[in-house]
Design a protein around this ligand. Structure first.
Ligand code: PLP
Length: 399
């Protein structure tokens, strides 16, 4: 064994000193609005399960029935022995939900972004990426070995500049392609990508668009169909990624787009080809969740109203709150230690909203990432506001 343990321990000590050390908290409860975290009962105010579907009886039944009918695992990649009718059924449902020709299911959102970027972009190509895109897009760019350029977060003027700068290089090789990659809803900031500007610029420059709707699926647009629908831009996006792991309450992801795109990804996306097909329980849960969402489009409106209630309350208390229109409400603190102090004060008062620190956000932008679930009651949210007031004053974050 030649791994230098002392070196690792030294780096961990540095993380501890900088307030950046991470440890796992253990939950005793399912992913609902109330939780027991490290033995403490609390209101969960940090989950990505915006619609509370992980605990919905029909989603659980979908998982259970799939488990009983199809077993615990798939025994192979989709391209070998792991492609059950259930997977195809989910893909048909997703294509219909998104209003696209076809869809392809992946094991996770991380794998979907990796697969899309690696399959579509190569060393000849240019990927232009929003500065706050999720790590899986960044890692997908690395894996693709494409040239990568970053534009300032949600800044169409800067995107235009970067596109202009990329244009001459585009002429070097006849096959060079340019892609713009963006989250639909930004996970740590809760804001929405300026998609109308992105579409206009992409059209002007002949660029393709890769849209990661991990946090927009079930949240934005009519019936939660996503960012493109939110802006009336259905049919204008080349590649749309969505996850089952956030609002839809289970695990896995999908890409929706043209039949040719999906066929291409099936043949070229390594994270699809070289990984075991998602397990029946996850696929069954996702299928039930998409069907439920289609039957209950009003959930999306109710979720927005609840988020607005909490957002207004936090602003009223004097917190600096970012984002808007989504259930992700970042409460900005600044330094990592202050964010941790506020999070601990909240936990002591029965509210779980952990601090988000570098490297998840840039240094000096530590925050609490507060999220609302449809299953929160108004009383839950008012209780949270009371705890925020007390913990915020005690941590010196508000006056
Ligand atoms: N894209 C974004 C914007 C995310 O926030 C996440 C979540 O972590 C992912 C992709 C990855 O999705 P998953 O958790 O399903 O791997």
């Amino acid at each position: 064994m030649s791994l230098d343990q002392g070196l690792l321990a030294g780096e961990l000590a540095t993380l501890r000193q900088g307030g950046l050390y991470r440890r796992l908290r253990v939950q005793e409860t399912m992913a609902g609005p109330r939780a027991v975290v490290d033995g403490t009962g609390c209101l969960m105010l940090a989950s990505n399960g915006y619609l509370g579907l992980a605990c919905h009886p029909e989603v659980q039944a979908g998982a259970r029935e799939a488990l009983e009918r199809w077993g615990a695992g798939t025994g192979g990649s989709r391209l070998t022995t792991g492609n059950f009718r259930l997977h195809s059924e989910l893909e048909e449902e997703l294509a219909d939900f998104k209003g696209e020709e076809a869809a392809l299911v992946f094991g996770s959102g991380y794998m979907a972004n990796l697969g899309v970027l690696q399959a579509l972009a190569g060393p000849e190509d240019l990927v232009i990426s929003d500065a706050l895109n999720h790590a899986s897009i960044i890692d997908g760019c690395r894996l693709s070995r494409a040239q990568t350029a970053v534009y300032r977060h949600a800044d169409p003027a800067h995107l235009a500049e970067v596109l202009e700068a990329g244009a001459p290089a585009r002429r070097v090789g006849p096959g060079r392609r340019v892609f713009i990659a963006t989250d639909g809803v930004f996970s740590m900031d809760g804001d929405i990508a300026p998609l109308p500007d992105i579409v206009r610029l992409a059209d002007q420059h002949g660029a393709g668009i890769i849209l990661d709707d991990a946090h927009a699926t079930g949240v934005l647009g009519p019936g939660g169909t996503g960012t493109a629908a939110h802006f009336g831009l259905k049919g204008r996006i080349d590649v749309q990624v969505g996850t089952f792991s956030k609002a839809l309450g289970s695990q896995g992801a999908f890409v929706a787009g043209s039949r040719i795109l999906i066929d291409y990804l099936r043949n070229r996306a390594r994270s699809f080809i070289f990984s075991t097909a998602p397990p029946p329980a996850a696929v069954g849960a996702a299928l039930a969740a998409v069907r439920l969402l289609r039957d209950n489009p009003h959930w999306v409106v109710q979720l927005r109203e609840k988020a607005e209630h909490l957002r207004r309350g936090l602003t009223g208390l004097g917190f600096a709150v970012a984002g808007g229109e989504t259930p992700i409400i970042p409460v900005l603190v600044g330094d990592a230690a202050g964010a941790v102090q506020l999070a601990e004060g909240l936990l002591a008062r029965g509210v779980y909203a952990p601090a988000i620190r570098p490297p998840s956000v840039p240094p000096g932008e530590s925050r609490l990432r507060v999220t609302v679930m449809l299953s929160h009651t108004t009383e839950d949210l008012d209780l949270a506001l009371e705890a925020f007031g007390r913990a915020g004053r005690s941590a010196g974050v508000i006056a």
